[in-house]
Design a protein around this ligand. Sequence first.
Ligand SMILES: [Zn+2]
Ligand SMILES: [Zn+2]
Length: 256
Amino acid sequence: MQPTLPWGKVSTSVSMFKIDLHVHTLFGGDSVLDPETLVARSRQVGLDALCVTEHHSYFLSDPYKKISQATRFPIFQGLEYRAMEGHLLIYGLHIDAEDLPPRLPMQWTIDWVQSQGGIAVPAHPFQRWSVNGFPGRKLWEMKNLIAVETLNGSLNDEENRQAAETAERMGIRGIGGSDAHGPAVLGRAYTVFPEPIRTEEELVAALRQGRYLPVWNHRYYGCPSRSGSRVPCAEVLADRKNLSPQTPLRKTEESP
Ligand SMILES: [Zn+2]
Ligand SMILES: [Zn+2]
């Protein structure tokens, strides 16, 4: 039987568009992922696209415009910003630290990014070991949020579970990304969209629209749900029916 996805379109995981929305590479200075490995590994683990999110700068990943064309692999650009309370993934704005100095209050930044036409998504909001802090339950007080990173491929199940639970309580969507700083976890978590996304403008529009889900890449990295975890993976999602866009992932994992 064909599974019904949350946005009501009957489809299979094969036709979903999978984007790793949180990737660091060599150009950011804190990753060993070189462009060649990035593209080869992305294809190997089944990604359809990825978004490079170097720290504090959209422009650091500018070389990927040409690399994406040359390799015919869609590579979008965003950035990861360190706000006072923790990290934000920013999509749709061409900015760097001169436009947005580090460590501004998270709420102020979310509102500013929104006013400029972009989207700011709290990244790994419950990552306990982070030296940069994490918003944790402060997230509940945040306004104007479109999504939260509820599935980070570099975090443990508990940290992801808390993020997913928080997004559920707040009634906002979750995205998935690997937060890879090397090839070993690239594409371990990603976000699935019902249609192909060709440009950064389409990515921002799709994120606003809300038709997407964070998914664990069980094909290459194993499915943690098999060990009792609530982390969603494509296999589990494909078995679920009649999910509405507001249906919390955690509940779908628990439902019979
Ligand atoms: Zn981060
Ligand atoms: Zn990161």
